[in-house]
Each structure stands twice: as structure tokens, then as C-alpha cells.
Design a protein around this ligand. Structure first.
Ligand code: ARG
Ligand code: GLU
Length: 724
């Protein structure tokens, strides 16, 4: 008996050791499809503390948690929290809508907004929310008879044909849409039937000083103290079906809404995050990661560092400019800061080396199996070749994109005028008129926030960088005489019509269309932009040609990994479809001798307070609530109000606004960010430093109740004290 036990024990250890090593090599984490949780995921979640069954999470037959999750707009997630379609998401997700609803007289972005009743809720035109009705694995149909040896393009066109045929053949109501997406790099396909609602109204938003507290300085950073939430409501037509805005529409009666729990979190508590993560690249070969670290990220970071430092200089000096550039600056800075963290994190955890060890193990197993070595023996060497070929193109693509399209506003703007000229060339006056109709509203939103002085300085700096670092063949002939960006910038910016909104407006209103085209085409800035843009258009087809081969190989490699490491659970890379991720509330060690606790508090908000500062100012009412300790039922055992917490849930961009659920499936928070040291989780999830940042729902309720006195909303939400 004893002997048997010990053999058993040894085997378990052995299995455990190989499992753990491969497991950590591939990286932990995971964003799982809700229709595929049965089995290992369910078991693991329950072992970690979950008190639900997966049928409570996803169930096409009856109401389940997934019915309370929405894709909010294009790039975010939200959760339904009342039987009358009340919806919660991040402040930064509602930001654009809140900004558009703000005026100088009624600046709700700055002051916050709380509708006193449903009649006061403000329609947000253009905003939609999408709910997933059901998910179906359609791999067998899409890939039937498609062998590994098919030419990549032929394969893709077959797949595309079947996707569109299946979309047509799938039964749906007039309110539903069908999405079919590739998973595991095209080794699996799933179909999503979704319903889109378009009458969405703003219900409440904290002032920016709470909802965006800490702004860019604190972005991607723990400890965090941002009250990043806003509240909307979904409206539906008669019969509770989606309808365009109409004053007579009624609040949606949802299939499911989340109860909200005041129980809060402690370290090691189980949590899950349910939402729409955008994109990850978890299964790249080591050489791809190496290229990201050494070539692509540095190029993008370098150019954005220059652009941002010029912008910041002007923004610090002038309040008007600060407002004009706040949102643009935040957008550029968000990715810039993420890439910096990503590179550091990838280096710190030795992601390239870890991938290499995995690849060695992969090759060992492949070589030991004749069938595998026939099929997969050359995958890694093929990657080597292709990534070598890609390298100069990837650099050129990044450099060219960041200059001509991303960071020099005039060059980007003129891209649209180039389209206008093309519309005229191709479709005559009619084409011109119809493009102009789209262009004018864009110009009306562009020019009020445009400052040519800033742009000119950015042009001069980035132009010189471009001339210095790009291969000769990507330098327009006309640029060659210019070694000084400043000289060229002077010539261009002082002579172009495109920095002068009034002149542009006049120009576009002229009767003589050919005359307009002539003026546009003779503008030096136009000429420069077109020449420059042609270089980008020269790079991208080459770049995409190599990338296409890489993607095809990546599909093969993904398949190989799953075959060669059959004990490992592989999750499909994020692709903006509905996913569930789970983990623990957990602190981390960012560097030697430092440990970060997992929960931040209101007293920490007050610690960061800097009066009049554009990032760290606070409303007086909040300061006095803190001083009076007027916390209602929202403080925890420490006597302070929890604000944010972190955990090991594997999330990415798109998961903003995703509900954070406890072991009972009750809402305890909203996901909104990741920690800086762990932003490399898009390429390599390392459980030691990858953490997602969540807003504690008690802070949300505290703000709604104690700060905004919107007690009608508190009454509308189904708040549970302890486990019920
Ligand atoms: N880092 C978060 C995300 O990726 C928040 C971004 C919005 N906040 C900002 N300061 N830019 O979207
Ligand atoms: N802030 C991100 C979003 O808007 C989430 C942070 C992340 O990338 O994980 O989706």
C-alpha cells in the first residue's frame, strides 16, 4: 500500500513538474470563450473559490451572466445593473460622448452630471451597445476539407466564401447581427449572434477630477486612485426591442442584470472579469518578441517621445492649448506609455529567453516524432527567415506611420484632401461633392483644436528623424535638398492654406470645382504630404506580403503547439469577442524590496491632491466628505473607502468597463487598466507581475450616494450586503 502510494506520489510530482514548467514557459493567464468553460476551466474556477457553475455564466437556453455584459461603443465593455437597463462602464469609455454633450455653459465633463429622473437623461447620438445572444462553434463547416497544404490565399478565399454563406444562412431576427471570427490563428471559427441597441442615454458621470483623477501621470500605474466610471441607460422600442432614438422609447428590460455586492475584496479572493478584450499575441515565436523589443517599439516610442514633449511644452504654458490638446495628447501618450512598460516588462521577465526554452522543448518533441517533424520541423526556421525579411519593413512601417499619419496633424489632415482630389478624379463633380460632405464636419471638429505652431515644431523634428533613419529608397526625391527640418517647416507652414480654417472654408465653398482642385494641388504642404504618403504606400504592400506569410505560419505553429503540448490549455488570442478571465486579488513586487498592497483607499486620493492641478485637483465636497469621515456603508473593515484594487486577471485594451465579479457572480468592481510593469501581458503573461487594475464598486456607490446625492440610482441598483 505504502509502496503504491509512493509510486503514485512520484508520478504526480513528475507530471506536476513537467506541467508547471511548460505551463510557466507558455505563460499563464487566459481569456476564455464563455461557451467553452466546461471541464478544466470550471474545475479550476471552483477550486479557486467560485460558487457558480459554468451554466450560470453562459447559457443559450436561459438567462445567464453573459446577458448582462455589453460591448460599449466600439472599444469598451459595460455591465447592466438594473431591471431598467441601467448600464455602468468606465469614465474614459464614455469620455467622447460626455465631451460631445458638454458645452461651455453646461460643461458636464468638468462638473459632472446626474439626471434627476429619466426625463433628464441625455441621448448620446451614435453610441451603440451590443449584447451577445449566442455563440456557436462553426469550425467544422468553415474548415471542412481544407487541408494544410492549400495555398494561403486560396485557403483564405475559401474561408471568406463560407463565412459569407453561413452569415446569410444563419437564422436571425431583423434586430440581430451575425459575426464569425477566427480563433487560434484561424484553426477554429465561432459564430456570434448579437443584438445592437442604439438608443443609449447618459444618466450620470462624476466630474473629471474624480473620473479622470491622476490622468496621464497615473495612467498604467499602481497605486491608482481614479474613479473611472460613468452611467448610461439602454432604451428600447415597444416590445422591448432595439429601436432608434425616440422620446417614447422605454428603458430596456434586460434578460439579466448584475446584483452589486458591498462585500468587497481581500487578498486571495477569487475574481472574474467578463468582457471584450481587443487583441493579444500570446503565441509569437521568440524572434518576433525580440523584434518588438529591439526594433518596432523603440521606433514608435522615440517619435512619440518627441511629439509629446513638444506638445507638453506648449500645454504647460497655455491653458487654452492644454484644453485643445488634452484628448489628443492622452491618446498618443496612452500607447506610448504602454509600449515603454511593455519593453521593460518583456526584458525583466526574460520573455525572449523563456520563449527560446519553450522552442527548444518544442523542437525536441517534434524531432522525436517523424510525423510531426515532417509537418512542423521547419516552422521555427521559417519564422527566422520571414522575420529577418520583415525587420527593415517593420521598422519602416512604424517610422513612416508615426510621422506621416500619426503625429504630424497637417500631414494627416491633407491625407483627407488627397482623398477629395481622388474622388474628383475618379467620379467627377458628384464624387467631389459627396466626399466634401463628409470632410466638412471633420474639419469643423479638427480646426478648433489645432495649433499650427505646435504642429510645425513636431514636423521639423520628425522630418529630420525620418531623413536620418530611413533607407534612401523611402526618401521622396523632392525631400533630398532639405537637411534642416526647420527650414522646410518654415517654407511649408508659412505658405500653406491648410493651416488657415477660414481660407479652407472659403475654398471648399467655391463654385468652380476644377479651380478648387488646382489650388489644392499647387499647395506646397499638399505636395509634401502626398510625396511622403506615397512612401508609406510603397512600404505597406511589401510589409503586408511578408506579414501574410507570417500569419499563415503562425496558424501552423499554433496548431503544432496544441498538438505537441497536449496537456497544456491554450486560450485563443483576444480578438474583440466576449471572454472570461479569472484570477485572485493579489499584490505584487514591482522591484527589489518593494511590495505593492492590492487595495487603495480614499485617504490615498486625498494624499495625491494638488489644488488647481489639472491632473490632481479634487472637488471640495469630496475633501470634506473625507474630513468628516462621512462614508455611509461604503467603508471597509479599515474604516476607509476602498477605491481601486488589483488582481491576476488577464485583461487587455477593450476590457475597460468590464464588470469584475466575485465568487457568487455579484458585481464588485469595474476593470479599467493594467499595471505598468505588466503591460507586456499582451505578448507574455507572467503571473508574478501582471495585474489588472479595477475600480471598487463601493467607491462608485459612495460617489453616487454621498457625493452626488443621486439616491434614486442607489435605490434602483440591487445592492447586496453579504452573500445572499
Ligand atoms: N490605460 C487605460 C487604457 O488603456 C486608460 C486610458 C485612458 N486614460 C488616459 N489617461 N489616457 O485605455
Ligand atoms: N484602459 C484599457 C481599455 O480601455 C484597459 C487597459 C488594458 O489595456 O488592459 O480597454
Amino acid at each position: 500500500m505504502k509502496a503504491l502510494n509512493s509510486i503514485h506520489f512520484k508520478r504526480t510530482i513528475l507530471i506536476l513538474v513537467t506541467f508547471i514548467s511548460v505551463y510557466t514557459l507558455i505563460g499563464q493567464g487566459g481569456m476564455w470563450l464563455p461557451n467553452l468553460l466546461e471541464g478544466m476551466n470550471e474545475k479550476e474556477m471552483q477550486e479557486m473559490g467560485m460558487e457558480l457553475e459554468v451554466a450560470d455564466i453562459y447559457n443559450p437556453e436561459k438567462s445567464s451572466l453573459k446577458d448582462g455584459i455589453v460591448r460599449f461603443g466600439r472599444g469598451c465593455t459595460g455591465a447592466i445593473i438594473s431591471k431598467e437597463g441601467l448600464l455602468i462602464t468606465n469614465h474614459h469609455c464614455g469620455y467622447g460622448n460626455i465631451q460631445r454633450l458638454s458645452t461651455v455653459e453646461n460643461n458636464i465633463l468638468k462638473n459632472g452630471f446626474w439626471a434627476a429622473n429619466k426625463a433628464e437623461e441625455i441621448p448620446a447620438p451614435g453610441l451603440t451597445v451590443t449584447i451577445v445572444d449566442r455563440i456557436e462553434d462553426v469550425t467544422a463547416y468553415i474548415l471542412a476539407g481544407i487541408g494544410d497544404d492549400l495555398d494561403p490565399r486560396e485557403r483564405q478565399s475559401l474561408v471568406d466564401q463560407r463565412i459569407s454563406a453561413l452569415k446569410k444562412a444563419t437564422p436571425k431576427t431583423e434586430y440581430q447581427e451575425i459575426e464569425i471570427n477566427p480563433f487560434y490563428q484561424g484553426n477554429e471559427y465561432h459564430l456570434f449572434v448579437v443584438t445592437v441597441y442604439s438608443d443609449i442615454r447618459l444618466v450620470g458621470s462624476p466630474p473629471e477630477s474624480i473620473g479622470k483623477f491622476g490622468a496621464d501621470t497615473d495612467n498604467w500605474v499602481w497605486p491608482r486612485h481614479t474613479g473611472d466610471f460613468s452611467i448610461f441607460r439602454i432604451y428600447a422600442g415597444p416590445d422591448n426591442l432595439p429601436a432608434n432614438y425616440s422620446p417614447g422609447n422605454k428603458p430596456l428590460k434586460p434578460r439579466y442584470y448584475f446584483p452589486v455586492s458591498l462585500e468587497g475584496v481581500r487578498e486571495r479572493d477569487f475574481t472574474m472579469v467578463f468582457g471584450f478584450p481587443g487583441r493579444t499575441k500570446e503565441y509569437l515565436p521568440s524572434i518576433a518578441i525580440d523584434q518588438t523589443i529591439k526594433v518596432v517599439n523603440p521606433a514608435r516610442i522615440e517619435l512619440r517621445t518627441d511629439a509629446l514633449s513638444i506638445m507638453n511644452k506648449y500645454m504647460r504654458e497655455d491653458e487654452k492649448i492644454r484644453l485643445q490638446y488634452a484628448s489628443k495628447n492622452a491618446g498618443i501618450a496612452n500607447a506610448w506609455k504602454k509600449w515603454i512598460g511593455e519593453n521593460q516588462g518583456l526584458n525583466t521577465v526574460g520573455a525572449v529567453e523563456k520563449k527560446r526554452i519553450l522552442e527548444d522543448e518544442f523542437m525536441k518533441r517534434v524531432n522525436a516524432n517523424p510525423e510531426w517533424s515532417e509537418k512542423y520541423g521547419s516552422v521555427l526556421t521559417d519564422f527566422e527567415k520571414l522575420y529577418k525579411e520583415l525587420e527593415p519593413l517593420a521598422f519602416a512601417e512604424a517610422y513612416s506611420y508615426e510621422t506621416t499619419i500619426q503625429n504630424i496633424e497637417l500631414m494627416r489632415l491633407i491625407g483627407f484632401f488627397n482623398e477629395l482630389v481622388k474622388a474628383y478624379t475618379e467620379k467627377g463633380v458628384e464624387g467631389f461633392v459627396s466626399y466634401r460632405e463628409k470632410l466638412v464636419p471633420y474639419l469643423n471638429s479638427f480646426y478648433p483644436d489645432y495649433n499650427p505652431d505646435i504642429d510645425k515644431e513636431i514636423f521639423a523634428t520628425l522630418f529630420e528623424k525620418y531623413m536620418k533613419h530611413m533607407e534612401k529608397k523611402y526618401i521622396p526625391y523632392a525631400f533630398e535638398p532639405y537637411t534642416s527640418g526647420e527650414v522646410l517647416a518654415d517654407v511649408i507652414y508659412d505658405n500653406t492654406i491648410f493651416t488657415q480654417p477660414k481660407e479652407v472654408e472659403k475654398l471648399l465653398r467655391m463654385e468652380d470645382v476644377q479651380g478648387i482642385i488646382d489650388i489644392i494641388e499647387s499647395d506646397l504642404a499638399f505636395y509634401t504630404s502626398v510625396q511622403w504618403r506615397e512612401m508609406y504606400d510603397l512600404i505597406t504592400p511589401e510589409y503586408n506580403r511578408v506579414l501574410e506569410q507570417i500569419n499563415y505560419l503562425q496558424m501552423k505553429y499554433m496548431k503544432a503547439l496544441m498538438e505537441v503540448f497536449p496537456d497544456h490549455r491554450f486560450f485563443p488570442d483576444a480578438n474583440s469577442t466576449l471572454r472570461l478571465t479569472y484570477g485572485y486579488v493579489k499584490g505584487y513586487k514591482p522591484k527589489d524590496a518593494v511590495y505593492y498592497l492590492p487595495v487603495s483607499y480614499l485617504s490615498g486620493v486625498i494624499e495625491k491632491y494638488i489644488p488647481e492641478d489639472y491632473e490632481f485637483d479634487l472637488p471640495n465636497e469630496l475633501i470634506s466628505l473625507h474630513a468628516k469621515k462621512d462614508f455611509g456603508k461604503y467603508a471597509d473593515q479599515t474604516g476607509d473607502v476602498p477605491v481601486c484594487f488589483i488582481g491576476t486577471n488577464h485583461t487587455t485594451g477593450g476590457n475597460s468597463g468590464s464588470p469584475v465579479l466575485n465568487k457568487y457572480g455579484h458585481l464588485i468592481g469595474l476593470n479599467f487598466d493594467r499595471v505598468w510593469e505588466g503591460t507586456m501581458s499582451d505578448y507574455y503573461y507572467d503571473p508574478s507581475i501582471c495585474r489588472n487594475i479595477m475600480l471598487d464598486i463601493r467607491y462608485v456607490l459612495f460617489i453616487i450616494d454621498k457625493y452626488a446625492h443621486a439616491t434614486h440610482l442607489i435605490n434602483e441598483i440591487d445592492i447586496r450586503k453579504a452573500k445572499e
